[in-house]
Design a protein. Structure first.
Lengths: 270, 146
């Protein structure tokens, strides 16, 4: 009786995993199918052969450039947001800067629809003739992700006892040595998780890029959204989608157990 | 010939709905799992000692314990849905016949066509204020619960 119940539980869990992994699986095998295999009915549940031509085409079309652009934008804005945000978070965690208003402010960055914020940004950058450059997108995504870094890193830094820093000072360390010798080893996991999640946010960002970026500076999500729904485009879109998911796996590996905390903006702690 | 749900006026709404649910249910799962693993074991043990039974344990111990996490999950997902853009834009562009039009899609279309800029800005501003108000109230409600 007990083993039967256990078996049922595992069967249900397995079914749920299959259901929710299925779109990802379908993305991967669609990218590997040939044009004819896409349209057969009933569908092919696994590809007949490993057809890599769609990936090869990524390199020669504008798709490859979009991947490069996305990588530059996401990396640069993540580094900027994490460096600036961590310094700010330290001030908040140790000196109480910002006080109670802070919670509302951090959430506010998530409340405003990005597509609607994008337009005033567009007017500003059009005014100074800078629309369509990667640098503009880096700047905006840094600003957009900064409150998130502040919010998350404030939580992680808060968990480091002040006594540890005081002990280090007593032991003869100078104040400017604290970040690298005390804080970094203690907050490294949280910092990596925050950086990974910030990277994912920037990597997936569609609205700002759609409004502010043109042709040569196009990012991966804007490029993906550009394709229409003609079946002959499906394998190409899928191949680009596969490339788009790869950094996400790396980011997830870095976040590991801090995933829930990152996703809930630090409200649910695990 | 392929018939696409995203082009059929009767099926496009369910299509977007299914895509959203399919994509975001695991996110809710992760948040709630974290909350569930954080439940104090002793609470569950005393419920068992008191012979509470599975249903009463769920209703009286487990759900109250993860209530803040449920509230946060609903708030985050609710705000995401109010701003819904990516999935709709990629799947349907808001069509057919504006059946899957969202506030963000409407704003994007109006703004990129550069017509009625002030009116669109007013609409956007009003909706941001309304959303902020709801979110602020629910957040302060949660703070009081703690």
């Amino acid at each position: 009786m007990k083993t039967a119940g256990l078996a049922l539980r595992y069967a249900l869990a397995l079914a749920a995993v299959i259901i929710f992994l299925f779109p990802l699986y379908w993305l991967f095998i669609t990218a590997l199918k040939t044009q004819e295999e896409i349209l057969t009915y009933p569908p092919l549940w696994w590809p007949g052969s490993l057809h890599l031509a769609h990936f090869a085409r990524l390199l020669t079309s504008g798709d490859g450039l979009a991947v490069v652009n996305s990588f530059i934008v996401a990396s640069a804005s993540t580094v900027l947001a994490v460096v600036l945000g961590t310094m700010g978070a330290y001030a908040i965690a140790r000196n109480g800067l910002g006080g109670k208003l802070f919670a509302g402010w951090a959430m506010a960055s998530r409340m405003a629809p990005p597509i609607m914020l994008a337009f005033p940004f567009f007017l500003v950058f059009a005014g100074i003739g800078r629309v369509g450059s990667v640098a503009v997108l880096v700047l905006i995504l840094t600003a957009f992700n900064l409150p998130y870094v502040l919010w998350m890193m404030r939580g992680y830094l808060h968990e480091i006892p002040v006594a540890l820093e005081e002990a280090a000072l007593v032991a003869g360390l100078r104040r400017e040595q604290l970040p690298l010798s005390v804080l970094w080893p203690m907050a490294r996991g949280g910092l990596l998780a925050t950086a990974a999640f910030t990277f994912v946010l920037a990597w997936n960002e569609l609205a700002f890029a759609l409004v502010l970026i043109q042709d040569a500076a196009m990012t991966l999500p804007t490029r993906l959204a550009q394709y229409d729904s003609r079946p002959e485009l499906w394998p190409r879109v899928a191949a680009l989608g596969v490339v788009g998911t790869l950094p996400i796996f790396v980011a997830l590996a870095l976040m590991q157990r801090r995933l829930a905390r990152s996703l809930s903006f630090g409200f649910v702690v695990d | 010939v392929v018939a696409l749900w995203t082009e059929d006026p009767d099926l496009v709404y369910p299509a977007v709905l299914i895509a959203e649910i399919w994509q975001w249910t695991p996110f809710m799962f992760v948040i709630l799992l974290a909350a569930l693993t954080n439940i104090d074991r002793r609470q569950l043990e005393s419920a068992e000692i008191d012979d509470a039974g599975p249903w009463r344990t769920l209703l009286r111990v487990v759900l109250p314990a993860i209530r803040p996490a449920i509230a946060i999950a609903v708030l985050i997902r609710g705000l995401d849905l109010l701003r819904l853009f990516d999935v709709v834009w990629a799947l349907t562009r808001g069509g057919p016949e504006a059946k899957t039009q969202t506030l963000s899609v409407l704003a994007f279309e109006r703004l990129t066509q550069a017509s009625e800029t002030s009116r669109t800005a007013a609409m956007v501003f009003a909706s941001v204020v309304a959303v902020s108000l709801v979110a602020t109230l629910s957040l302060s409600g949660m703070e009081r619960d703690r």
